[in-house]
Design a protein. Structure first.
Length: 228
């Protein structure tokens, strides 16, 4: 292979080299946190692929870290779909974060219907992001969902409990915890070489153990939801 041909291959956006984040072809949505953008391939939440967020406990900041991106999407006229959230969304807090409620859908589903709902939402014109709570979904179903994300200009964010870390095709996996009042975000998996050091974020409002109604993104656990 000639040097020119080799350079063409090496510099292709789908190729990454060790030592840095992978370059991505699909567009990303900035997280709204410069420290977090700095450690994510594409400098933001990636579209056209799966992102898994593992929370140490519910309400620890796993939703707050995605709020700036969700607000940006709805303000641009894009739709958000929340598939089977374990809590009832609290409208005043979402509005406070900049989310336009007119572009928010909450979908109740169970079993494999949750996967079907995610796929249908991704196919909806104008879909900006699908947020889903799929605690017990098998790897085979995750691969099916990954296929549904490909070629879609939308974020697909799966929220999982920290004690669950199954094998999955997700391109990005994050762990969210709390230390001394700050939200810690640790990369478990990303495209590119090496795992960066965790980043500490100062988020507005206390965590789930001391939330006021003003800051609470979910008002209460919905009937029939299973604790994680």
């Amino acid at each position: 292979m000639s040097q020119a041909a080799l350079d063409t291959v090496i510099n292709h956006p789908a190729i990454w080299r060790g030592g840095s984040c992978a370059r991505v072809v699909a567009p990303s949505v900035p997280t709204g946190f410069a420290e977090l953008d700095a450690i994510l391939p594409g400098s933001g939440w990636p579209s056209a692929t799966l992102t898994e967020i593992y929370a140490e406990r519910p309400g620890i900041g796993e939703l707050q870290i995605v709020m700036p991106a969700l607000a940006q999407l709805t303000q641009a006229g894009r739709w958000l779909a929340l598939v089977d959230p374990p809590y009832i969304p609290y409208a005043p807090a979402l509005v406070m974060h900049g989310v336009k409620l007119a572009h928010l859908m909450v979908i109740r589903a169970a079993g494999e219907n949750r996967l079907w709902a995610c796929e249908q939402a991704l196919r909806t014109a104008g879909c900006g992001a699908v947020l889903a709570w799929l605690d017990d979904i098998p790897e085979r179903a995750l691969r099916r969902l990954q296929l549904a994300t490909e070629g879609r200009d939308a974020l697909t964010l799966l929220f999982r409990p920290a004690h669950s870390s199954p094998s999955s095709p997700a391109a990005l996996k994050l762990h969210v915890s709390k230390t001394q009042g700050r939200t810690m975000v640790r990369v478990l998996k990303r495209r590119g070489a090496g795992i960066p050091a965790p980043v500490a974020l100062d988020l507005c409002g206390p965590d789930a153990t001391g939330m006021t109604a003003r800051h609470r993104l979910f008002a209460q656990r919905r009937a029939g939801a299973v604790a994680t």
